[in-house]
Design a protein around this ligand. Structure first.
Ligand code: UFG
Length: 329
C-alpha cells in the first residue's frame, strides 16, 4: 500500500515509517519538523516538510503519491503545555486534523489510522479502562484529541466510503530493538527517558511526583506499551479497515507498573544507582491508568509482545546510551 505518515519524523511516527517499509509498504513521511527530527526518517521513505494546516500541499502530495491510507501521528502532546497554551493544541491537533481530512477528501483518500489517547478518558470511572467507558478529558490535550474523535464520527457518517480507526494510546515507551531509532523530546518530560538521562548524568536527578497515591507503593501506576508493539497495532488496524468502518481501540499491555517499579527496572538495566528526589504530586496525574486491550485482541488478533518493564526500558537504554544528546548529538 502507499501510506502517508503524518508526523513521520516524530518519536512514534518514525518508528511507524520504519515498520511500514519493513512490511513492504511505500511510505511518504510528512512533518513540519517543529518537534520532529529529519534524521529519524527512514532513508527509503519520501520526505515532505509540510504543516498540517497546509491543505493544498497535503492534497497535492496525496494525489501525486497515489496514497491509499494515512496514518496520523502529528500532534502536540504535552499535557502541561496544553493547559497554558490551549489554542496551540486545538489549532494543531484539532484544526490540523480537519485540514488533513479536507485534503484526504479532495484527493479521494478514504482510509485513516488516527493516534488518539487514553487522555480522552480523563479520570477513568474504573480500571482497567475499556473503550465504552465515559470519555471526559481533564486537560486541553485530551479534549483536542476527543474533538477529533467526534469529527471522525460525524465525517464517517457523512461519507460511507470513509474508513477510520482511532487508537487510544496509553504510555508509549522504548525504542526500536535494533537501536536505529530513539526518543528525543525537547523538553523531555516522560518518566523512562528522564530516568535514563539521570543515569547518564544529563539531568541531575529524577523527581518522583507524589508518594501518597492510593497504590501499593504510593506512586502512580501506568500502562507502558512498547513503541514497536504500538506501531504493529497500527498496521494490523490499517489492514483491517473496510469502507464505512469507524473503530476505536485501546492500546496498552493491560497491566500497570508503578513509578518505583520503573525506577527499579531502570537502575537494573543501566547498573546505575539513579539519584532520586521525592516531590509533590504533579497536577492532573490520575493515580492509576491501565488499559483493557481485549477488544483489539479479540477483533484483530493484536497483543503486545513486550510486557516486562525491564525489557521495554532496555530498548530505550540501547539507543540513549549511544545518543546521550539525541539525534543532534
Ligand atoms: N513521573 C515522575 N517523574 C518524572 C516524570 C514522570 O514521577 O520526572 C511520573 C508521572 O507523575 C506519572 C508517570 O511518571 O505518574 C508517567 O509520567 P509520564 O510523564 O511519563 O507520562 P504521563 O502518564 O503523564 O503521560 C502519558 C502520555 C501523554 C498522555 C497521558 C495521559 O505521555 O501523552 O499519558 O494521562 F496524555
Amino acid at each position: 500500500m502507499n501510506v502517508m505518515v503524518a508526523g513521520g519524523a516524530g518519536y512514534i511516527g518514525s518508528h511507524a515509517v520504519k515498520q511500514l517499509i519493513e512490511a513492504g509498504h511505500r511510505v511518504v513521511a510528512v512533518d513540519n519538523l517543529y518537534r520532529g527530527h529529519v534524521e529519524a526518517v527512514h532513508p527509503e521513505a519520501v520526505f515532505c516538510e509540510i504543516a498540517l494546516a497546509d491543505t493544498p500541499s497535503l492534497t497535492r502530495v496525496l494525489r501525486e503519491q497515489e496514497i491509499d491510507c494515512v496514518m496520523h501521528f502529528a500532534a502536540l502532546a504535552y499535557v502541561g503545555e496544553s493547559v497554558t497554551d490551549p489554542l496551540s493544541y486545538y489549532e494543531n491537533n484539532t484544526a490540523g486534523t480537519v485540514s488533513l481530512l479536507q485534503a484526504m477528501d479532495a484527493a479521494g483518500v478514504k482510509r485513516l489510522v488516527f493516534s488518539s489517547t487514553c487522555a480522552t478518558y480523563g479520570e477513568p470511572e474504573a480500571t482497567p479502562i475499556v473503550e465504552t467507558m465515559r470519555q471526559e478529558p481533564i486537560n486541553p490535550y485530551g479534549w483536542s484529541k476527543w474533538c477529533v474523535e467526534r469529527v471522525l464520527k460525524d465525517y464517517g457518517a457523512a461519507d460511507r466510503q470513509f474508513a477510520y480507526v482511532a487508537l487510544r494510546y496509553f504510555n508509549v515507551a522504548g525504542c526500536a530493538a535494533d537501536g536505529s531509532l530513539g526518543e528525543d523530546h525537547d523538553p523531555e518530560t516522560h518518566l523512562i527517558p528522564r530516568l535514563l538521562l539521570a543515569a547518564l548524568e544529563k539531568v541531575d536527578k529524577l523527581t518522583i511526583f507524589g508518594t501518597d497515591y492510593p497504590t501499593p507503593d504510593g506512586t502512580c501506576i501506568r500502562d507502558y506499551i512498547h513503541v514497536e508493539d504500538l506501531c504493529a497495532a497500527h498496521i494490523v488496524a490499517m489492514n483491517a479497515l473496510q469502507p464505512g468502518d469507524g473503530r476505536f481501540y485501546n492500546l496498552g499491555i493491560g497491566k500497570g507498573y508503578s513509578v518505583r517499579e520503573v525506577l527499579e527496572a531502570a537502575a537494573g538495566v543501566t547498573d546505575v544507582k539513579i539519584p532520586v528526589a521525592y516531590g509533590p504530586r504533579r497536577p492532573g496525574d490520575p493515580a492509576i491508568l491501565f488499559a483493557n486491550a481485549e477488544k483489539i485482541r479479540n477483533e484483530l488478533g493484536w497483543t503486545a509482545r513486550y510486557t516486562e518493564i525491564s525489557e521495554i526500558v532496555a530498548t530505550a537504554w540501547n539507543w540513549l546510551k549511544d545518543h546521550p544528546d539525541g539525534y543532534g548529538g
